[in-house]
Design a protein around this ligand. Sequence first.
Ligand SMILES: [Fe+2]
Ligand SMILES: [Fe+2]
Length: 172
Amino acid sequence: MKLLYIGKPNKQEFFEIIDEILNSEEYQKRKKYKHHGEKSVYNHCLSVSMKSYKIAKVMGMDYKSAAIGGLLHDFYYKPWQDNKEKTPLLKKHGFVHAKEALINSKKNYPQYMNKRVENIIVRHMFPLNITPPRYIESWVITIVDKYVSMEIFKKPSKLLMYVGIKVGEKNE
Ligand SMILES: [Fe+2]
Ligand SMILES: [Fe+2]
């Protein structure tokens, strides 16, 4: 009988996978991008990346793509909460940032792209973006991303902010 291989997550391995991106000048700027409330895009993505890596490693999935995709899933251009312009609903952050993150990732880190990483990034906003994820790793990031942002569900009034349709007020 064939035994199912279960990998053991390893912090050093995780940081070796993401090191070059995490410490690049462009990625470091995300420390100053606010995500939800006071949490930075940097902290949010690092947390999604680490949790997704652990799940993928234990389950015998493509853990490298999970770590990279998790790290880049919200790698959009600018801090969205600074955008005070009125935008039509379908052009709002929640609907457009996954595509934006993919374009930006391809531009800045082309050597890390593969079909799984790309699918993770572009499909992570399912079901708000209606095309479902294609790979098991993409499903992991989609679910982990929502789980990590879960604090928001303790305050239902923040739901529109979470999905990127409404900009949050100060000190949230
Ligand atoms: Fe996102
Ligand atoms: Fe996210």
